[in-house]
Design a protein around this ligand. Structure first.
Ligand SMILES: [Zn+2]
Length: 366
């Protein structure tokens, strides 16, 4: 790989604006670049770009997302720092994975690398879900590109569950409210119950181990002179490792059933929507160990293990494939989605070296 190539690749990726749903141009660009690096490239029907290099085992999946949140940011370099939309989430992690895969092969890595750049991670994960629906191969290790800083490794994400409760009553004239059941009042009582459930959950000392529930949307009523006949309440539940969307669904379902009793004048139904399993990698696994040793070698410091309350494509991947996986990449995730996304070039280069060295270490297990 040419001197300075990773930096040039990253800058050009930042210049191509690619919010979710508009990944066509960056996909074509990455397909071209990966081909130049020696990857065998194919683009699937949803727009994911997949490049393969090397053969044999271990077989690595290096996966990052091409899309960003909305809002183009001017791409600029100030000293040793690069600014632009996606500098942190997650174009520098993706660029680092593509470059590290190539370097691994150049340095005699004996396995196979599948570099996968997916669409729509910030949207509905359509890219990863499409990839998984056709998945027939087995990977030994997977590295997902999201900012953990070059000197940390993410080993856990919470799962997620979304549900909507709909309350229907028969509407009536607002001048005679006591003759009618007000769907919004019933909804307000339910909000109180759900809030208590969350407070109970959040009593736990370790927030990563506790489920959380947040009411995120309320819609109710139809006109300003009518006792409301409808109220919809939506909540976002985060599922810690050790728990599952299924068991939290049962808890919520039970709460709603109990709430229904004595409220026969209201028709109350619950609908569960999007769900993700939690993700947690064993901190003692060879994959985590290889990264921690490489971080120590490059930085002279102990790597940090991170657990996050968000979710990402790795949650879906691990549920289907059961592959040892971590989430890793340069950048400070506190800058995700902000107008000041930026990454240090030195950290970006360190991350490439750390990924490559970790991969070479993992060769030793085969
Ligand atoms: Zn991301």
């Amino acid at each position: 790989m040419e001197e300075g190539y990773p930096e040039r690749l990253l800058l050009r990726m930042l210049e191509i604006y690619s919010p979710s749903g508009q990944e066509g141009e960056i996909g074509r660009f990455l397909a071209q670049e990966m081909e130049k690096l020696g990857y065998k490239v194919k683009v699937d029907s949803i727009g994911n770009v997949e490049g393969r290099i090397g053969s044999g085992r271990p077989k690595f999946l290096l996966c990052g997302h091409m899309d960003t949140v909305e809002g183009f940011l001017e791409v600029k370099r100030r000293g040793k720092v690069v600014f632009g939309r996606g500098a942190v989430d997650a174009k520098s992690p993706l660029a680092a994975l593509i470059c590290a895969g190539k370097r691994y092969i150049e340095d005699g890595g004996k396995g196979e690398v599948v570099a996968l750049a997916v669409v729509d991670e910030e949207g509905k994960s359509r890219g990863m879900r499409h990839f998984l629906s056709n998945l027939s191969e087995v990977f030994d290790f997977a590295i997902f590109g999201e900012p953990s800083s070059a000197y940390g490794v993410t080993v856990g994400y919470k799962g997620r569950l979304v549900f909507t409760v709909t309350i229907r009553t028969s509407p009536g004239h607002a001048s005679a409210p006591r003759f009618f059941e007000n769907a919004i009042y019933v909804g307000a009582d339910l909000v109180g119950r759900l809030r208590m459930l969350d407070e109970e959950w959040e009593k736990s000392e370790d927030l990563f181990k506790a489920p959380t529930l947040c009411i995120t949307l309320i819609r109710g009523g139809t006109q300003d002179n009518t006792v409301p006949g409808i109220c919809e309440i939506t909540a976002d539940v985060r599922v810690p490792p050790g728990s599952s969307p299924k068991s939290l669904k049962e808890t919520v379902q039970q709460l709603v059933e109990e709430f229904k009793s004595g409220r026969e004048r209201a028709e109350i139904s619950i609908e569960f929507k999007d769900e993700n399993e939690p993700f947690e990698e064993d901190p003692g696994s060879p994959l985590v160990g290889a990264f921690l040793e490489s971080i120590r070698e490059i930085s002279g410091k102990e790597g940090r293990l991170l657990k996050k309350s968000g979710t990402s494509d790795v949650n879906d991947f691990v549920r289907v494939s059961r592959t040892h996986s971590i989430v890793y990449g340069p950048g400070n995730s506190k800058l995700d989605h902000t107008p000041v996304e930026n990454v240090s070039i030195e950290e970006f280069y360190d991350s490439i070296e750390i990924i490559k060295r970790a991969m070479i270490r993992l060769d030793g297990f085969f």
